[in-house]
Design a protein around this ligand. Structure first.
Ligand code: ADP
Ligand code: DP6
Ligand code: CO
Length: 367
């Protein structure tokens, strides 16, 4: 393309990244700028067909500064987290050449090239369904492709961590553990895959979107307040979570659903307990969320249908009111959904409005 005698071109890359839902929660940082957590966490990466971020990144000599649009609205990239990710990626960029388009960017020129980023979440943003996880993982993944960054997933995951802690886990599929690490520079605070998405493919995930409204307290500020004011969170991080991590790894390895469900529910409960123990208290779950938990507990007590006293469904709530239900198999999921639709019908007097049925999956590159 030739405009006013100046060579102009645009080169773009699009990627898709799924979100992940923690079954042992990350809540609290020991280093705010590097994003280093106070405990290990474990999550399940979801199927991008249901919950994912799609991000297109473009570079052109005609771009005068870095810009980003999220869900159709321009947002600022001036925050430290975006800047940290961009800096880490630019420092690892390589030569890029597309002869057909007449594109040539030398490694050393990336410092002076600007990017435009357009991102879309196919699920509610900032509503407690881990949009920051899918969003920042996708941002890093797509920019790395554009800039011809040759590092492996582990390095990209460490960069994504500096954008949003939970994002480091979205670079892997299946069951993923984020090891908190000990080093001050964060070099050992990394995500590792515990088992791939095929390991336990009976599990079905149902997400009850109780509210898609943006939460009042972001995860970042919520966990900062918790670390500063909660008397319980230290006990959680130092005593409770280390034991649960060992037990959860064992439950996942053995596909032991009763143990998996007990740990998942207990950890969700404790995460919301430390949120309540924060000053001022943080209420992420709402009345509908509470009624759903009661419904699950009562269902088990009544042993309805195939529910024979042992847990068939695990629940976990992230930093928001939306229930993530993990059912042990498809039959149970069908029964559960039938019951949920009966007791919590969409568009009822509650603000519950939809159900999403998902699966575990792997990272997808939209090319
Ligand atoms: P959530 O529970 O949805 O992760 P958080 O409070 O952790 O909520 O993070 C929400 C923030 O994450 C948004 O305000 C935005 O800054 C960032 N975010 C969400 N989606 C994207 C995206 N697709 N690309 C870049 N940043 C995103
Ligand atoms: C409740 O990763 O969103 O979802 O690192 O400040 O961006 P920042 O926070 P974020 O926190 C996620 C908290 C959680 C639990 C989890 O995903 O482990
Ligand atoms: Co988040």
């Amino acid at each position: 393309m030739e405009e006013d005698g100046v060579k102009s071109w645009v080169m773009a890359v699009t990627a898709q990244t799924p979100t992940n839902i923690a079954v042992i929660k990350y809540w609290g940082k020991r280093d705010e700028s590097l994003i280093l957590p106070i405990n290990d966490s474990i999550s399940i990466t979801l199927d991008p067909a249901h919950l994912c971020t799609t991000t297109s990144v473009a570079v052109s000599p005609s771009f005068t500064h870095d810009r980003m649009w999220l869900n159709g609205k321009e947002i600022s990239l001036s925050g430290g987290r975006f800047q940290n990710c961009l800096r880490e990626l630019r420092s690892r960029a390589n030569d890029v050449e597309d002869v057909e388009k007449g594109v040539k960017i030398a490694k050393k020129d990336w410092d002076n090239m600007h990017v435009h980023i357009v991102s879309y979440n196919n699920f509610p943003t900032a509503a407690g369904l881990a949009s920051s996880a899918a969003g920042l993982a996708c941002l890093v993944f797509s920019l790395a492709k554009l800039m011809n960054v040759k590092e492996d997933h582990s390095t990209l995951s460490a960069i994504a961590r500096q954008g949003s802690g939970s994002a480091c886990r979205s670079l892997y599929g299946g069951f993923v553990k984020w090891i908190m690490g000990k080093e001050e520079n964060g070099s050992d605070s990394i995500a590792v895959q515990l088992a791939d998405e095929k390991h336990w493919d009976d599990l079905v995930i149902i997400i009850a979107v109780v509210s898609s409204r943006q939460k009042e307290t972001s995860s970042t500020s919520g966990m900062r307040d918790t670390v500063e004011t909660s008397a319980l969170v230290e006990h959680r991080a130092k005593v409770v979570v280390p034991k649960r991590i060992i037990q959860m790894e064992e439950a996942i390895k053995n596909r032991d659903f009763p143990a998996f469900a007990a740990l998942t529910c207990a950890d969700s409960n404790q995460f919301h307990a430390v949120a309540l123990d924060t000053c001022p208290p943080i209420f992420y779950m709402n009345d509908t969320s509470h009624r759903q938990v009661l419904f699950l507990i009562i269902s088990r007590v009544e042993k309805w249908n195939r529910f024979e006293g042992t847990p068939q469904v695990a629940y976990t709530f992230d930093a928001g009111p939306n229930a993530v239900l993990i059912s042990r198999d498809r039959k149970t999921a069908a029964l559960l959904l039938q019951r949920l639709l009966f007791y919590f019908p969409p568009q009822s007097e509650t603000d519950l409005n939809s159900y999403v049925i998902g699966d575990k999956t792997i990272l997808q590159d939209a090319g």
